[in-house]
Design a protein around this ligand. Structure first.
Ligand code: HPA
Ligand code: MG
Length: 223
C-alpha cells in the first residue's frame, strides 16, 4: 500500500515504520485499569492532536468557504472527528477563512476480537438525503479499505457534490482495496492498535493514547 501512488492523497501522511517499537508505558500516564493489558504507547495523545491540527489546516485550505456536511464514522471515529471539528472551528474563529459545517453520524461495525469480519453493518445511513448537493467529509480509520469502499458507495448514491475522506490511521496491509482517504493522519504498520476511541471488543476507547494491546490484554477481553 503506497499512499502516494494512487494520486488520491495529496497530503503527506506521517509515516510510522515497521520497526517503530513505540514508547515505554513508563513514560506516560494511562488508566490503571489497563495495566498489564498494553504493550507500548504507539502514538501519544499529544502527537495525535498536533497532527489533527495540521489536517484541519489542510482541509480548511482545500474546502474553506464551502458548506460541508461532516459525516462521522462511529464508533471508532468519534474522537478524531470531534477533535478535527474542534480544530476547524478554531481556524474558522481566528481567520478570515471560514468553513460552515453540519455534523452527522453513521455507524459501522466489522470487527470481532482483532479480526475483520465479512459482514459489515451500516447503521443510521438509511437516509443520507441531507448530503445531496453538499460537500461531505467522513472521518474514519482505514485498514483494508473495504469498509471505506462500501461506505463511499453508499454515500455516493446520494450524489453529494464532492466527497473527501479524512482518516487518522491508514495501515500498510496486503490486499488493500486501493481505496485511501484524501487526508491521512498516520500511515502505520499492520498492527492492531487501541485507544483514542479505537476498541478491542469495546474496551480501550477510554484511553487517550493510541497503544498496542498485549497478548494478555487480548486474552482478557476476548469474546
Ligand atoms: N484497532 C481497532 N479497531 C480497528 C483496527 C485496529 O487496529 N483496525 C480496524 N478497526
Ligand atoms: Mg471496533
Amino acid at each position: 500500500l503506497n499512499v502516494f501512488g494512487h494520486g488520491v492523497c495529496k497530503l503527506l501522511p506521517s509515516i510510522i515504520n515497521d520497526d517503530w517499537p513505540g514508547y515505554s508505558l513508563e513514560l506516560f500516564n494511562y488508566p490503571k485499569h489497563y495495566s498489564g493489558d498494553l504493550e507500548c504507547v504507539y502514538i501519544p495523545h499529544g502527537v495525535i492532536m498536533d497532527r489533527t491540527e495540521r489536517l484541519a489546516r489542510n482541509i480548511m485550505g482545500d474546502l474553506g468557504d464551502h458548506d460541508i456536511v461532516v459525516l462521522c464514522v462511529l464508533k471508532a471515529g468519534y474522537q478524531f472527528c470531534a477533535d478535527l471539528v474542534e480544530r476547524i472551528k478554531a481556524l474558522s474563529r481566528n481567520s478570515d477563512h471560514t468553513l460552515p459545517m453540519s455534523v452527522n453520524f453513521i455507524r459501522l461495525k466489522s470487527y470481532v476480537n482483532d479480526q475483520s469480519t465479512e459482514d459489515l453493518h451500516i447503521v443510521g445511513a438509511e437516509d443520507l438525503s441531507f448530503l445531496t448537493g453538499k460537500v461531505s467529509s467522513p472521518a474514519a480509520i482505514v485498514d483494508t479499505g473495504k469498509t471505506m469502499k462500501t461506505l463511499l458507495k453508499h454515500v455516493e448514491a446520494f450524489r453529494p457534490k464532492m466527497i473527501k475522506v479524512a482518516g487518522l490511521l491508514v495501515k500498510r496491509v496486503p490486499n488493500s482495496s486501493g481505496c485511501l482517504p484524501d487526508y491521512v493522519g498516520f500511515e502505520i504498520p499492520n498492527r492492531f492498535v487501541v485507544g483514542y476511541a479505537l476498541d478491542y471488543n469495546e474496551y480501550f476507547r477510554d484511553l487517550n493514547h493510541i497503544c498496542v494491546i498485549s497478548e494478555s490484554g487480548k486474552l482478557k477481553y476476548k469474546v
